[in-house]
Design a protein around this ligand. Structure first.
Ligand code: FAD
Length: 388
């Protein structure tokens, strides 16, 4: 397979790389080591530059006013966007805009008016509600939140867990059991406004790094039948498709901070002298750096392969899971080795490694754990569905 960049892709990468190095990284000199925001003036300036570059909301299709960038190029760009200190937490400080959930493009006209267009204009924020206290790995069985039909509406009771951004969102897509007799075919996706009576953010859950997520409860939350996204009973397939697509850029983002960590480690190994010689002359250090290269190049290739398959309309679930697993784990190893090469300085908040070390850890859990990626791949490989 040819993974060489086209001329246009190379131009896009060069432009984004220059932007990150010359516009984004300098802003980090003065922010807190765990900071994730720059001043409103700088945010506005960065966003205007991105709009001038024609890359604002890059995944939004042309017919909806965006540049409609394909998934392969977006995967390449995702790796560039995170190559700064706050990169994994806040890629380019949000300068490229927050895209709406892709399934809204297939929503009804009424839903598009109410949610898609405002989301594209960034007037409405959303959250993704799949996981529940009873488990996130096996939602087909774990979803206990129940919707019961009542005339032209549905009454929802239950709750969700770990929903990132739900406390500031205007709406969410939640996956709820509408028919307990039908297993995964009994799960339906609903779009719910967060100001619906009965919707409650019970608490914020502080997690590793400067981040929190939420615990939600729904008590007799009444929503119209028109709140169903897609088909009744089609929610599980929608969630799986959403996750399989999302995992690819999610994986590539991890490579960005790992690539940056590796470049810093290469430089440091040449500068730092111990026992009269630079670290770079030691075989043990050389091998760490070579292992970094192997991790970065192999996982990048797998991520691009997954994106190319998805773009061609071929089955890509196996490759998407492999990319998620490999990129998150390889990036964790690269950051760990790079820290080691920096010695004590690698532990300090003067350098970004300790922040990345915490932030990358979450990526082996979020969007499906490493074990669940293996479960998905094993099912495809062996054509079995274990435990069901
Ligand atoms: C910071 C953060 C943000 C998140 N954001 C969201 C969000 O926005 N929306 C949302 O819906 N969810 C979100 N999640 C939830 C996340 O997707 C789940 O935490 C994840 O899917 C794992 O589910 P769980 O925590 O219930 O663990 P469990 O499902 O209980 O699994 C526990 C452990 O057992 C392993 N395991 C489970 N089954 C198997 C098996 N068959 N074989 C081998 N090992 C297995 C898992 O890999 C894991 O290590 C977020 C989580 C975090 C930490």
């Amino acid at each position: 397979m040819d993974m060489a960049r086209s001329e246009e892709q190379q131009m896009i990468i060069d432009t984004v790389r220059k932007f990150i190095r010359e516009e984004v990284r300098p802003l980090e000199a003065d922010i807190d080591p765990d900071g994730s925001e720059v001043s409103p003036e700088d945010t506005e300036r960065l966003r205007n530059m991105v709009k001038d570059m024609g890359m604002w909301q890059m995944s939004v299709p042309e017919q909806y006013g965006g540049p409609g960038m394909d998934l392969v190029t977006r995967t390449m760009v995702a790796e560039e966007l995170t190559q700064h200190k706050a990169g994994l937490y806040a890629p380019a400080f949000g300068a490229f805009g927050e895209a709406p959930p892709a399934h809204l493009y297939d929503a009804t006209d009424e839903q598009k008016e109410k949610y898609l267009y405002p989301a594209i204009r960034e007037e409405k924020r959303h959250f993704f509600g799949l996981s529940e206290p009873s488990g996130g790995s096996d939602p087909a069985r774990a979803i206990r939140t129940r919707a019961v039909r009542d005339g032209d509406s549905w009454v929802i009771n239950g709750g969700k867990l770990w929903n990132s951004g739900a406390d500031t969102a205007d709406f969410g897509i939640i996956y709820v059991r509408t028919d307990p007799t039908k297993g995964r075919q009994g799960i339906t996706a609903f779009i719910v406004d967060t100001d619906t009576p009965g919707f409650k953010v019970n608490r914020l859950i502080q997690v590793m790094r400067v981040f929190h997520t939420t615990e939600l409860s729904f008590t007799d939350m009444r929503v119209p039948h028109s709140a169903i996204l897609g088909e009744e009973g089609g929610g599980f397939a929608l969630a799986n498709d959403y996750l399989a697509r999302n995992r690819i850029p999610y994986a590539a983002e991890c490579l960005g901070i790992a690539q940056y960590a590796h470049e810093l480690a290469v430089e440091w190994s040449k500068q730092r002298v111990t026992f009269g010689e630079p670290l770079a002359s030691r075989q043990s250090i050389q091998w760490m750096l070579v292992d970094n290269e192997i991790d970065l190049r192999t996982s990048r290739w797998i991520a691009l392969d997954a994106a190319a398959k998805a773009e061609r309309g071929e089955p890509f679930r196996f490759e998407s899971s492999m990319a998620k697993l490999l990129c998150t784990e390889a990036a964790s190893r690269v950051i760990d080795r790079s820290m080691q090469i920096y010695g004590g300085l690698g532990m300090s908040k003067d350098m970004p490694f300790e922040r990345w070390y915490r932030e990358i850890r979450i990526r082996r859990i979020g969007e499906g754990t490493s074990e669940i990626q293996r479960v998905v791949m094993a099912r495809d490989l062996l054509n079995v569905r274990s435990g069901s």
